[in-house]
Design a protein around this ligand. Structure first.
Ligand SMILES: O=C(O)C1=C[C@@H](OP(=O)(O)O)[C@@H](O)[C@H](O)C1
Ligand SMILES: C=C(OP(=O)(O)O)C(=O)O
Length: 412
């Protein structure tokens, strides 16, 4: 395999740019945004509340902030960013905003955010579970102030509060209390993008984030390629002993996917960040990995797929929270890989894998895009791996099936 894969924009950066633009004082543009289910739902949700989001052109979306008002309905789909980033904005709107999503969305952790918003004066009706479906009774503004939250289930619970906080009367001081918050790079991304939009943010104390009240400016956002989406493509270089180049790989970034350079090197690849982008070359061998993935939880499915093909054991820990992702990813990976003959042990907070000879069979995706990515990686080395569903990849990369087929067929 010798492939060059141009990836779509980052889901996480696109989501944040949309939210910050919707509460800014003037218009903004997003250059090279991600067009996928999660970001289309984000745009639709903000639009429903009164922001003017024009996503007509692929390479340039524009956002004109408008008066935020209900009644409106926000479909969160299965998107963590939509369900955690939009309710705090809904508190700023005038009128009721209802939220619901795919059946599994109701199982994803949301209660701590709802409680936190209530504690700063936002009236919310929620399901008994504390999560979806819910109604935010926007009062045209949010008092803000001091909030205590257990965000061990998802960093997005904190990011959601911070992103809307410049528009709160008193801004916000968020204190996390509980087991560690995962996905630290995503919290740095939130702080950095808030600052780029003109907010004053203090994240210098562990587990405490302060955002001062103040107007945000409209601006041009250049969206980096989605480095987490790169994971299965770069993994393919290792599995096939080939070479995959991702052009436009940023030299510095807050995206957790940048850690792929270190993880794939440890697993036997060679990674070179060149003027042409990131070039990953397989050496013919895939080694096991002993790593704490808590900061990069969304990379777990692709790394586990590689680990299932490795020539030595792996122990991947620190990701108990991914049981609350699109599906319980620890259980799903253990079950589906075991079904293909892998030697896997499920841990509370991760997985252990030992070398085994895999065989073909059915692989269920549980509507999880990254489960499909994992199956695709295994399928490079194991004939007859049949995915239950490839359409779920539309959550973050609708072009995944075509891109994957093209690298496998060597047409790139
Ligand atoms: O803020 C973000 O854009 C994200 C944060 C992470 O969430 P968790 O902290 O819930 O893992 C990550 O897994 C998700 O894909 C995107
Ligand atoms: C966990 C993920 O998504 P979400 O933003 O829905 O939490 C993911 O994309 O791996």
């Amino acid at each position: 395999m010798r492939a060059r894969v141009r990836l779509p924009g980052s889901k996480s950066i696109t989501a944040r740019a949309l939210v910050l633009s919707a509460i800014a004082a003037g218009p903004s543009t997003l250059r090279y945004p991600l067009r996928a289910r999660d970001t289309e739902l984000m745009a639709a949700g903000l639009r429903a509340m009164g922001a003017e989001v024009d996503s007509g052109q692929d390479e340039r979306w524009t956002v004109r902030p408008g008066r935020l008002a209900g009644p409106a309905h926000v479909d969160v789909g299965l998107s963590g960013t939509v369900m955690r980033f939009v309710p705090p904005v809904a508190g700023l709107a005038d009128g009721p905003i209802t939220f619901d999503g795919d059946p599994h969305a109701r199982q994803r952790p949301l209660g701590p955010l709802v409680d936190a918003l209530r504690s700063i004066g936002v009236r919310i009706d929620s399901a008994d579970t504390g999560g979806l479906p819910l109604t935010v009774h926007g009062a045209g503004g949010v008092t803000g102030g001091d909030v205590t939250i257990d965000a061990s289930a998802s960093s997005q619970l904190v990011s959601g509060l911070l992103l809307a906080a410049p528009a709160f009367d008193k801004g916000i001081v968020v204190r996390h209390v509980g087991p560690p918050v995962p996905s630290a790079p995503h919290l740095r991304m939130t702080a950095q993008m808030l600052r780029e939009a003109g907010a004053t943010v203090d994240d210098s104390t562990r587990d405490v984030w302060t955002v001062e009240p103040g107007g945000l400016s409209g601006r041009d956002w250049d969206i980096e390629p989605d480095l987490s989406g790169a994971a299965p493509f770069l993994a393919a270089a290792l599995v096939t002993g080939g070479q995959v180049t991702v052009p436009g790989w940023p030299r510095t970034t807050t995206q957790p996917g940048d850690r792929l350079r270190e993880l794939l090197t440890a697993m036997g690849g060679e990674c070179a960040l060149t003027d042409d982008g990131l070039v990953v070359t397989g050496t013919g061998a895939v080694h096991g990995l002993d790593a704490d993935l808590s900061e990069v939880g969304e990379l777990t499915p692709a790394i586990v797929a590689l680990a299932a093909l490795a020539d030595s054991p792996s122990r991947l820990t620190g990701v108990g929270h991914i049981r609350g992702h699109e599906t319980d990813r620890i259980a799903a990976l253990a079950r589906e890989l075991t079904g293909l003959g892998a030697d896997v042990t499920e841990l509370d907070d991760g997985l252990e894998l030992r070398p085994a000879t895999l065989h073909g069979g059915d692989f269920a995706t549980y509507e999880d895009h990254r489960m499909a990515h994992a199956a695709a990686v295994v399928g490079l080395a194991v004939p007859g791996v049949r995915l239950s569903d490839i359409a779920c990849t539309s959550k973050t990369m609708p072009e995944f099936p075509e891109l994957w087929a093209s690298i496998v067929e060597g047409t790139h």
